[in-house]
Design a protein around this ligand. Structure first.
Ligand SMILES: [Zn+2]
Length: 237
């Protein structure tokens, strides 16, 4: 008799546990973004940071040898650190020097860009920021330029705010964000901007961009623009 009661009790305990697990699974599906990211200071905003190029694709080469993919990653990591400290959830498209393409892909650039798109899509972010360095045939060109996709008001507003902040803190020549026809901006409907941080074809700016002091100042300016963007949005309502 005792063993029958005992097994009944174990059975009902199991049922209870299964019910709890099912409820938890259901909740995690409903609030996957929140449950999957349980950092105590999470402010509810998710940002994808995309360091341009990687692997075989080094991007532009500076007048004194700066390799764009490497410096892009440095800027992306500095921005990530700043945002995470402030409670943002950040996803990077690439975390290492490697590209995201499949080694067997015929068109590695397209394979790489599609992998970035998948990360963006899976992350479901409030904002996508792609980081690049500029290059031009004339070494006189200088300054940061922020791009957004044509016709997207939210991306334009974000690009304008970041550009304005860069103009104030880093003396960039562009007055507003500019329309850019880039895959990373066009591949999704998320608010997306691309920052060309400066010209590595300009020897003075290349040198500046490589210093820790300027990189931190630059990222602070980008961060100020992000704060203004989310401060003015209806995200919290
Ligand atoms: Zn680039």
């Amino acid at each position: 008799m005792n063993s029958i009661f005992l097994s009944k009790e174990i059975f009902s305990k199991h049922k209870f546990m299964i019910a709890i697990i099912l409820i938890m699974l259901l909740l995690s599906f409903c609030f996957s973004g929140i449950v999957a990211y349980s950092v105590s200071n999470y402010n509810g905003i998710t940002i994808v940071i995309d360091a341009g190029h990687g692997g075989r694709d080094g991007g532009s080469i500076g007048i004194n040898g700066t390799i764009e993919k490497k410096i892009n990653l440095k800027y992306a990591l500095t921005l990530k650190e700043k945002l995470v400290k402030s409670g943002y959830r950040v996803e990077l498209t690439r975390k290492t020097d490697d590209g995201l393409y499949s080694e067997t892909a015929k068109n590695k650039k397209m394979s790489d860009m599609r992998a970035r798109f998948k990360i963006i899509q899976n992350t479901n972010p409030n904002l996508v920021i792609s980081i690049h360095m500029n290059s031009f045939s004339s070494s006189d060109a200088y300054g940061a330029i922020t791009y957004y996709r044509n016709g997207d008001e939210s991306s334009k507003r974000c690009a304008d705010l970041i550009q304005s902040s860069l103009n104030t803190y880093c003396s960039a020549p562009a007055k507003q964000g500019r329309i850019g026809d880039y895959y990373i901006l066009n591949c999704s409907y998320y608010t997306s901007i691309l920052i060309e941080c400066g010209f590595i074809s300009n020897p003075e700016e290349e040198k500046l961009l490589n210093t820790d002091e300027y990189r931190n100042k630059f990222i602070d300016a980008v961060y100020s623009g992000i704060l203004l963007y989310f401060g003015n949005s209806n995200l919290y309502i």
